[in-house]
Design a protein around this ligand. Sequence first.
Ligand code: FES
Ligand code: FES
Length: 151
Amino acid sequence: MKLSCTVNGEEVQADVPPRLLLSDFIRHELRLTGTNVGCEMGVCGACTVIVDGEPVRSCLMFAVQADQRSISTVESLDQNGKLGPLQQAFHENHALQCGFCTPGMLMTLASLAAQGTLPKTEHEVREVLSGNICRCTGYQNIVDAVLKVAS
Ligand code: FES
Ligand code: FES
């Protein structure tokens, strides 16, 4: 099927199998490997990207469902070769260990940042990131990083 969409501000046209997952399209066809795939069943949040402003689990969406839509991946957070504010805060607060969950966390947060609704309390941070599982950090440094950006 024909697919026409925007990815990180660039127009993309492709011919894809109807059952190709958006996550696989992003990773294997576009070679944007910042988007990670963990569970492939909508649980871990590692594959989160932004579609038309909303965070979406790209393992639960077919690539063809992105037709005529705008997609942002973690690569879009780069600011002329430098880390964006969320990335910098994660870096400074040691908010990652293996980093596998980090792109998904960042994209969930980036969608909120774009709407000016980053969480401002620890409880709110934990609530908004409840769909992004981290097996390494214990979350506290992630919470600290988000609160720093929000303030
Ligand atoms: Fe998509 Fe886990 S890989 S939610
Ligand atoms: Fe390893 Fe979160 S840093 S899963």
